[in-house]
Ligand binder design. Structure first.
Ligand code: PEP
Ligand code: MN
Length: 357
C-alpha cells in the first residue's frame, strides 16, 4: 500500500479521462511510427503515444526491439504530433537512455514487476528524476507484489506514479491471452486510491474481437484510462500482430464505448439508489446474522465430534453440501463460480470454528 504524501493525483496527465495510451506494440521503423501516429492524431490528439523499444520476448532470435535508435524516433514523433511519448524500461541502462533522450513517461513491464531486485535497480536509477512512471501488474496474481513495486519507485522520489492492469497468468486464461481477474484490479485500486490505474486492454484480450467487452468493463470499473496497441498495418507487425488494431478500427471501438462518471448528479436517481441501497444493507444484515447462526451450529457439531473422537472434516458431507447449494444456486441464477467460492469460504470458517470449539 502506498501512502506517501508526495504522491500526486493525475493532474500531470493532459486531457480528460479516460487517458488514452495508444501506439504500436513495438517501434519497428520511423515510417511505421509516423504513419501510425498520423492515423491516431486525427481522432485522438491527446494520446500518450506508446511503443516498445526493448521487447521482452519469450524466445531469443525473435524481434527484440530496435533499441536506443528508437528513442530518437519517439522524440521526433512527440515534436511533430504534440503527443507525450512513453516506452517500457526493464533495466537501469534503459532508464538512463530514456532520461537522456527526454522520453516523457516510462512504464515497467509485467515481466519486470515480478522481480523486486529488478524493480529496485530501476528505482535506484530513477533517483532524482522527475518523470511519470507506470507499473504494470506482475504476471502472477499477487497484488502486494504490484503495490510493492509502486512503493519502491515512489520511494526513489518519483511523485507521478501510475499503474497498469494488463491481466495475469492463471491456470486457465481462456478466452483471454491474460486473465483479467478484475477482482485483483479492484483490490489494487482500493489499496492505492491515489494512484491512477489504466488498463492495457490489448495484452488482456490478445485479439481485437474481445476489446469492446473488456474496454467497457474498464470504464464500468471507473479506471482512469485505456492502453490499446495500435499499428498502421497490424498484419505485418513484428510483435503481437494478432492483437493490434488500426487507428481507424480504434476510432470505431472508441465510438461504441459508453463513458460513465462515478459522480451521481441526478437527484431522482440518487433517491432511487439510496432506497435500493438501504434494501441491500438490510439484506446484508440478515446474511451476516444467518451466517453467525450457521457457525453456532457448526460449533455445537464440533463439540459432539470431539466427544465422539470423530474427524472434523467429513469429505462426503462437504461434497453433499456443495452439490446441494450449487444446484439450488443454479436454479436461482447464481453462477457456479460464485456459489463455489462462497461455500468454500463458509466451509473453511466452519472447520476453524469446529477446531476451536
Ligand atoms: C507491452 O506492453 O508491449 C508488453 C510487453 O507488455 P507486458 O509487460 O504487459 O507483457
Ligand atoms: Mn505487445
Amino acid at each position: 500500500m502506498v501512502s506517501e504524501s508526495n504522491l500526486h493525483n493525475i493532474s500531470w496527465l493532459s486531457g480528460d479521462r479516460p487517458y488514452q495510451f495508444f501506439g504500436p506494440c513495438s517501434a519497428e521503423s520511423y515510417d511505421q511510427l509516423r504513419t501510425t501516429a498520423t492515423g491516431i492524431k486525427e481522432h485522438f490528439p491527446n494520446t500518450i503515444f506508446r511503443a516498445g523499444i526493448w521487447k521482452p520476448r519469450t524466445r531469443p532470435n525473435t524481434f527484440e526491439g530496435v533499441g536506443e535508435e528508437g528513442l530518437k524516433w519517439l522524440v521526433d514523433i512527440r515534436e511533430e504530433f504534440g503527443f507525450k511519448v512513453t516506452t517500457e524500461v526493464a533495466s537501469p541502462a534503459h532508464v538512463e537512455a530514456c532520461l537522456k533522450a527526454g522520453i516523457d513517461v516510462l512504464w515497467i513491464g509485467a515481466r519486470t514487476t515480478v522481480n523486486p531486485f529488478s524493480v529496485q535497480a530501476i528505482a535506484d536509477a530513477l533517483e532524482g528524476a522527475d518523470i511519470p512512471v507506470f507499473v504494470k501488474n506482475p504476471l502472477n496474481p499477487d497484488v502486494s507484489l504490484w503495490s510493492g513495486a509502486v512503493e519502491r519507485i515512489a520511494k526513489a522520489g518519483i511523485s507521478k506514479m501510475g499503474a497498469i492492469h494488463r491481466g495475469f497468468h492463471l491456470a486457465d486464461n481462456k478466452p483471454y491471452r491474460n486473465a483479467p481477474a478484475w477482482d485483483l484490479a479492484v483490490q489494487f485500486k482500493t489499496d492505492n486510491p491515489e494512484i491512477p490505474l489504466i488498463c492495457d486492454v490489448s495484452h488482456i484480450t490478445g485479439s481485437p474481437g474481445l476489446i469492446p467487452h473488456v474496454a467497457q468493463r474498464v470504464l464500468d470499473l471507473d479506471m482512469d484510462g485505456l492502453m490499446i496497441e495500435t499499428h498502421c498495418n497490424p498484419d505485418k507487425a513484428l510483435s503481437d500482430a494478432s492483437q493490434q488494431v488500426t487507428p481507424a478500427h480504434l476510432k470505431l471501438l472508441w465510438d461504441n464505448l459508453v463513458f460513465k462518471s462515478a459522480d451521481i448528479k441526478n437527484k431522482e436517481f440518487q433517491n432511487q439508489l439510496e432506497t435500493l441501497r438501504s434494501k441491500i444493507d438490510r439484506i446484508d444484515d440478515s446474511i451476516v446474522e444467518l451466517l453467525a447462526q450457521r457457525m453456532n451450529i457448526s460449533e455445537e457439531i464440533g463439540v459432539y465430534k470431539k466427544q465422539n473422537k470423530v474427524t472434523i472434516l467429513q469429505v462426503q458431507r462437504w461434497q453433499e453440501i456443495l452439490e446441494r447449494t450449487l444446484k439450488s444456486g443454479k436454479a436461482m441464477n447464481l453462477s457456479e463460480k460464485f456459489i463455489s467460492t462462497l461455500y468454500h469460504s463458509i466451509h473453511e470458517e466452519s472447520i476453524d470454528k469446529q477446531t476451536n470449539s
